[in-house]
Design a binder for this molecule. Structure first.
Ligand SMILES: C[S@@+](CC[C@H](N)C(=O)[O-])C[C@H]1O[C@@H](n2cnc3c(N)ncnc32)[C@H](O)[C@@H]1O
Length: 208
């Protein structure tokens, strides 16, 4: 089984720096109009989080905030939008000033324990270098019965295309059995799994 052995701290910092530079130059790629079918699939992804009014939401690797207006429709109490790239977050802030932006690696977020109801990681899982600390910290911040939604609106095979052009390494999305075991390690039970040609959604619930 694959595990989450991270590269060295120096390697993590180097890849995160490359990503920050890469995504900071790409902000308009994520602006609408989005590819055909993607807006509908993004709605499905957000619906998978089963947000109820007044929930506190964390969007990890939010980029320019593609999910933020869709999350806002559910009337959450707060949306925390976290990303490595300050440039992307500045673009997000211009469009969605109600979201609270945080420029940090998710592993270093200092939101209180048991404070988050729903976490989204859309098109971001392959990019997270230190997955062990990222998932440990995410689990710490989440409330019991909170949901984590790991997703891609173009399906997991899209990562293969990205790998051809990416200046930094990208991981594959996990297959169902692997995902179950990996998430269990961080206190989650997998509750939903969709793996279609153009849609990947993994939902897991934080246990006591
Ligand atoms: C492909 S973009 C996806 C952006 C957005 N979620 C979307 O669907 O349009 C991946 C984003 O993840 C961010 N990212 C990568 N590693 C991260 C980490 N460890 N913590 C927070 N954000 C990270 C990158 O800076 C980048 O903006």
């Amino acid at each position: 089984m694959k595990d989450y052995n991270a590269p060295t701290e120096e390697g993590i910092q180097r890849i995160n720096r490359l990503q920050r530079e890469f995504f900071s130059g790409l902000i308009h790629v994520f602006d609408p109009p989005l590819p055909e079918g993607v807006p509908e699939r993004l709605k499905k992804i957000v619906a998978s989080g089963k947000i109820t009014k007044g929930d506190v939401i964390l969007d990890v690797g939010t980029g320019t905030g593609i999910l933020v207006p869709l999350i806002q429709e559910y009337e959450p109490e707060a949306i925390f939008a976290c990303d490595l790239s300050e440039v992307m977050l500045a673009h997000l802030h211009e469009q969605y000033p109600y979201a609270k932006t945080i420029a940090k690696d998710v592993r270093d977020l200092t939101l209180p324990e048991d404070s988050i109801d729903v976490v989204f990681m859309n098109a971001c899982y392959p990019n997270i270098v230190d997955k062990d600390r990222a998932f440990a910290n995410t689990s710490r911040m989440m409330k019991t019965d909170g949901r984590i939604v790991i997703s891609h609106p173009l399906g997991k095979s899209f990562v293969e295309l990205l790998k051809e052009k990416s200046p930094f390494p990208l991981d594959d999305f996990p297959e169902k059995p692997e995902a179950k075991v990996l998430l269990k390690h961080y206190g989650f039970d997998m509750t939903d799994f969709v793996d279609e040609e153009k849609l990947y959604i993994l939902v897991a619930t934080k246990q006591h």
